[in-house]
Design a protein around this ligand. Structure first.
Ligand code: IMP
Length: 190
């Protein structure tokens, strides 16, 4: 496949290759499929960053699954810092009462977003509620989050790709990488 150099030019380092991500997603899907065998499962994903992970993970789970999507935004904060105050932009479209629910997240950083979401979803009385995240940055955690399935634990670096953005760009990279320092400062300053 031909690649437009301008999409990749801002990337300083690839942390996780496309092959590594795909292998991990298949392994997570197999594990989830085994754990929930015989139980109908509802996957709840949070837009927009979890979109590629959700799309790949749901196809790696060999079970009948329902999916639902939420979109949240944090009040305030900056392009690289979460503020912890969460606003729901798009709510669930169906009841999850008495369902086995698995939250599908792109990354857990401070944990503030997910902490809010877990409380919110618990209030909807699911039969069970678990968390699957592709990436975990435990070094930055401010609240304790019980994570049931983790793809990769990564160091305290701001990463882009495979759904993750910086200034709404780079979500379509098939790998996860770190941008060149001057790119971060350009957007932050502008
Ligand atoms: P938290 O509330 O600090 O755990 O942040 C959760 C959200 O912040 C994630 O769902 C991402 O949208 C965003 N985020 C956190 N770290 C990164 C990163 O390294 N790259 C891109 N987005 C990030």
């Amino acid at each position: 496949m031909s690649e437009d150099a301008s999409l990749h030019a801002d990337v300083a380092e690839i942390l996780l290759t496309e092959d590594e991500i795909q292998a991990k997603v298949r392994a997570l899907g197999a594990q989830i499929g085994a754990d929930y065998a015989g139980r109908p499962l509802t996957l709840v994903s949070v837009l927009k960053g979890s979109l590629p992970f959700m799309a790949d993970l749901m196809r790696a789970i060999e079970l009948p699954v329902r999916i639902d999507l939420m979109e949240v935004s944090s009040y305030g904060g900056s392009a690289t810092e979460s503020s912890g105050l969460v606003r729901i932009l798009k709510d669930l479209s169906a009841s999850i009462a008495d369902e086995d629910v698995l939250i599908v997240e792109d990354i857990i950083d401070t944990g503030l977003t997910l902490n809010y979401l877990v409380r919110y979803l618990r209030g909807k009385a699911p039969a069970s509620l678990r968390i699957c995240t592709l990436l975990d940055k435990p070094a930055r955690r401010l609240v304790e989050i019980p994570v049931d399935y983790t793809g990769f634990t990564i160091p305290d670096q701001f990463v882009v790709g495979y759904g993750l953005d910086y200034g709404e760009l780079y979500r379509n990279l098939r790998y996860v990488g770190v941008l060149k320092p001057e790119v971060y400062s350009e957007v932050a300053g502008g």
